[in-house]
Every structure is written in C-alpha cells, then in structure tokens.
Design a protein around this ligand. Sequence first.
Ligand SMILES: [Ca+2]
Ligand SMILES: [Ca+2]
Ligand SMILES: [Ca+2]
Ligand SMILES: [Ca+2]
Length: 276
Amino acid sequence: MDSAREPTQGSLDAAGFWQVWQRFDVEEKGYIEEKELDAFFYHMLTKLGVDDAVKEENVQKMKQQFMAPHEVSKDGCIQMKELAGMFLSEDENFLLLFRQETPLDSSVEFMRIWRKYDADSSGFISAAELCNFLQDLFLHHKKAISEAKLEEYTGTMMKIFDKNKDGRLDLNDLARILALQENFLLQFKMDACSSEERKRDFEKIFAHYDVSKTGALEGPEVDGFVKDMMELVQPNIRGVDLDKFREILLRHCDVNKDGKIQKSELALCLGLKINP
Ligand SMILES: [Ca+2]
Ligand SMILES: [Ca+2]
Ligand SMILES: [Ca+2]
Ligand SMILES: [Ca+2]
C-alpha cells in the first residue's frame, strides 16, 4: 500500500477537490503549471486534514507518486484530469471531467440544453431539474447510478456551481458546468469596417446560428444568438433577462410574425442590405 495515497482515498469528494483546484486555476483553463504542484499538494493535504508536521514530507511523496507515471507535457501544464484521477473515485471524478471531455462551442447547443432542463421555464435550473440533467448524463455515458447516489451528486454539483447559494442555477452557472467556450460574436468587429466586410461577417454569423440550415433562426438558435449578442454588452446575463431580450428581438426583427427570424429579417434588423 502506498503511504502517500492512504489519506486521499475516499475522503475527498468532487466539491472538496474543486475548492482547492479553483484557487490554482482561477480562470478555469483546466490545467495548472508544474511549478504550482507543490503548493497544490500542500493545500490538498491541508484539506485532507493531514498533520502539519508530516505535510512537507507528504507533499514530496505525493509529487513522486504523481510524476512517476505521468509525462508532463513540454509546456509544463498539468491537466485537472490527471490530478482529479489521483484524489477522486471514478464517479466523483466524472462530475468534474465531463465538462472537459465535451466543452461546448456553440451557444445554440447550450441553449437547447438549457431549455430542455429548465422544464418549468422558470429561468433557472432547480436542484430537481439538475438531477434530471445528471441522470441523462450518466445514462448517456452508460453508467448505472442509484437514486441515492444521484441525489448525492446533485448536492455536490449544487455546492460547486451554485455561486450565489440560492439553491438554483442560472445561465452562467450552467455555462460553467458545460464549459461553454468563448462567445462566437467576439471575433467580429461590429463597427468601423466596410460594408463588404460587414456583409461577409453577417453571412458567417448567420450560418453559425442557423444550425439546422433552414434559412431562419428558430427555437434555441434564437436563444443562442440573443445570449451572445447580449453578452457582448453585459457579461453573464441571467435566464430571466434572456427571455426578455428574446421577446424584444422578436418584436423588432420578426416582421412576418412567424416566431422565427429569417435571414432577411436579421439583416434588416442589423441595418444591412443583402441580396435575396
Ligand atoms: Ca426551472
Ligand atoms: Ca444560484
Ligand atoms: Ca434554423
Ligand atoms: Ca420571421
């Protein structure tokens, strides 16, 4: 039995790991640097309640144990996956890892998930709704999970991601869970470029949000576009605000009142002339 491993097994859950991890990976890049490893293990041992007198010795043991099977990449980055694997059981590990395995790069897909699990359209994901999300997630990964475990994991996820502790998740909380990537619209300059450039940008933008390629934005496509647009001016908009903005956008853009935003409608709305 490896002595460095003993205090770690079974005594830490995903929330505990996350607490320590967050101090080091403030921007949530998903990795820390090799030179931070000593400090990381030190904090981890503190968290695990290891006695001060043997902490330094244990840090070195842990480091050796960790480094032996791992080849640290040339850039000296250590992925969360590797460290979480050392401290957490497989399922606890899974709670943190799925966000890394499938980071979302589209707000449309993100909003599809949001709408699906905000089943009562309250503008928030409640613990019960999160529970359904987790259940589907485990199912999707073909992992069996008991009711009791599911409840426990829902509690853990709330502990980690419900930042303002009001017992429900908002848009930005779910965005963190799903590791939603940078706003697609950030790459475009909305002002000060030629009309040719603006047209070309518009084509790219429309194509990005019209995931279903119907020539119109509908359902979560509208939501995704609204979310990204609004977040250009106001970071971290709330679920309830999104619904408001969506309504405003539709009121302005949806000229033919079919609840969708056709390409020509959006162009008009953005003050662009495009050839039909
Ligand atoms: Ca809800
Ligand atoms: Ca909350
Ligand atoms: Ca569409
Ligand atoms: Ca329309």
